[in-house]
Each structure stands twice: as C-alpha cells, then as structure tokens.
Design a binder for this molecule. Structure first.
Ligand code: ADP
Ligand code: MG
Length: 294
C-alpha cells in the first residue's frame, strides 16, 4: 500500500512477524550498485583503451558492474565490434572485441582462464582484464578499481531490525573479502561471507536455515542479480523492486517498491500488528459467542 511494500500472501505476513534472521546480498541491496571507476592499475594499455575494451566486453550484461563500466567508457559503444559474449555468473564476462579475446572479471575468472593476475592494495571492487593481444605481462592487461557506496538508510535499517527483535543479520556477497568486511563493519552486520558464487549463497542460506530455532523464520533480501535462487530458498524472499531484476520480483514473496532497506523492519512491525489484530478479532468473536451462549 502507501508504505511501498508488496506482500504476496497472508502466509508471508505471518512468516514476517516471526523473522529472527535477516540475510542480505551486498551489491544493489545494502549498496547502491552504481560503481564509479576510481583507478586503473598495472596496465600497459592507455586507461581509456582498457576501459573501452572492458565496456565493450560488458556491453550485453545487466550486472551493475557492467552498467557502470559502460557508463564510465562514455559515448555509444559499437556493439558490432563484439562477438562471442559469455557471462560467467558471479565471476564476470568473456567476449571477443575487435577479434581479440577479452575477459573482465574477478580473480576466480582469471584463474579459470589461466591468467596471472595481480592483487590490488586499494579497497574496492576489482575488475581484472585479460586481453589476448597484450604481449607484456602474459595476457594480463591490468585491473580497474571500482567503488560502490552504501545506501543512505542501510545502517539505520540494520539497527531498526535489531530493535524489532531480529537476532542475527548476515551479509553474503560474491565480492572480495576486503570490501565485504569494510561494508559489514560499517553497517553493523553481525556475520559476513565473501567471495561466494551463486550456488555457495544457497548452501550458506541452507546452513543458516538449519540453525534456526523452531518457529523462527529467515528472510533473504536481494536484487535478483546472481541471487535469485536464494530468494526462493529462504522462508521469506524480499526483492528490491525498483533496481532489481524481473526474475527477483517473480521469485520474491515480498517486494520493496523503492529499494529502501529501512522498509524491512517496517514490514516486520506491520506484520506483527496485523497478526495481533487477527488474533484479537478471533478472541473477540469467540467471546461474543460465549456471551450469547450464556
Ligand atoms: P554480490 O554478491 O555482491 O551481489 P555478484 O554475485 O553479482 O555480487 O558478483 C560477484 C563478483 O563477481 C563481483 O564482485 C565481481 O567481482 C564479479 N562479477 C560478476 N559479474 C561481473 C561482471 N559482469 N563484470 C565484472 N565482474 C563481475
Ligand atoms: Mg547481487
């Protein structure tokens, strides 16, 4: 309704009122998912050229990192220069740009391709680039450091959940440990797991579900990009409605129309109030019947 929260059924209203654990995805959920390029390191190529190759390789992906690199490259990208695009979920993309095999992604992707990559000392999400043209450094063409910012309400949202009786908050992310630790500490999230592939996120949520006490419910909040399977696995799947993918909105039980994580505590409070009113009505109608009988 006017709160901007869509709940797809009364059973989820009841489950929400019993939520004890809230698990979050990072990118696009607790952070805005709008990355800015902050540096280019270890590249024998000109910075603009590296960005252009990365953006071209990323031209067909709807991942927030791809969108941000496309924007950073500026101007229109000539997609006819790109073929053989392949998305590697939770790792990055590979494509052929101007006839050259290009890869843009994390350390895992580079390892799979056998590219020797360099660790980065900056705190940020790192996109390593492989360009099969580069003779120096083997095929490694350097990395782009990109940074995302926390949503303005994320910290308050975590605090509000605790005030509403949620006992455990967890963040799961495919991003590197350094970034994950920084965000989790800054927001006051209790537990953090990083460098997870989409299947690892499902496994982790299953472990958390097993650890839940009887009657307690677990909610997962995500944007559907690389986390749609977890959205359906959790007791309550909560999706970001504005920035999130259609798959997320489809898989979710609750949709936050304006992507504001503050709305989760609000939804829990509203659900408790509704359940209480329902119980009061039952007691009241039973009472009336009893009086009539007497
Ligand atoms: P999160 O769990 O934070 O939402 P994802 O699971 O979507 O992150 O992605 C995990 C990691 O995989 C990213 O931090 C990034 O290193 C890499 N990655 C995923 N998709 C892309 C892409 N299209 N381009 C470059 N890197 C990507
Ligand atoms: Mg994500």
């Amino acid at each position: 309704g006017k709160e901007g929260v869509l709940i797809k059924g009364s059973n989820y209203l009841e489950a929400l009122s019993q939520t004890k654990t809230v698990v979050f995805d990072k990118t696009g959920t607790l952070t805005q998912g709008v990355f800015e390029v902050s540096a280019v390191h270890h590249s024998p190529m000109a910075q603009e050229k590296l960005l252009e190759y990365a953006a071209l390789a990323e031209c067909a992906s709807s991942h927030p990192i791809s969108k941000s690199l496309q924007k950073a490259a500026g101007g229109a990208l000539d997609r006819s220069r790109v073929t053989d695009i392949q998305e590697h979920s939770g790792r990055g993309v590979t494509a052929v740009v101007d006839g050259v095999a290009v890869a843009a992604g994390n350390g895992k992707l580079m390892e799979e391709l056998g590219v020797a990559w360099h660790e980065c000392h900056s705190v940020g999400t790192i996109v390593h680039i492989r360009d099969s043209h580069i003779a120096v450094n083997g095929e490694y063409a350097g990395h782009i450091v990109i940074s995302d910012v926390e949503k303005p309400h994320s910290r308050d949202a975590i605090a509000a959940l605790k005030a509403a009786g949620v006992t455990k908050t967890v963040m799961l992310t495919g991003d590197i440990q350094k970034v994950a630790d920084y965000v989790a500490r800054d927001l006051g999230v209790d537990e953090v797991r990083a460098e997870l592939l989409p299947a690892d996120k499902v496994e982790r949520v299953e472990e958390l579900l097993k650890a839940e006490p009887e009657g307690a419910k677990l909610a997962f909040v995500g944007d559907g990009i690389n986390d749609a399977p977890v959205l359906s696995r959790a007791d309550i799947g909560i999706a970001m409605g504005a920035m999130g993918s259609d798959a997320a909105i489809e898989a979710a039980d609750v949709v936050l129309m304006d992507d504001d994580p503050m709305k989760i505590a609000k939804a829990i409070k509203i659900s408790r109030k509704c359940i209480r009113i329902v119980h009061e009505n039952i007691v009241f109608s039973l009472g009336v019947k009893l009086l009539c009988l007497l």
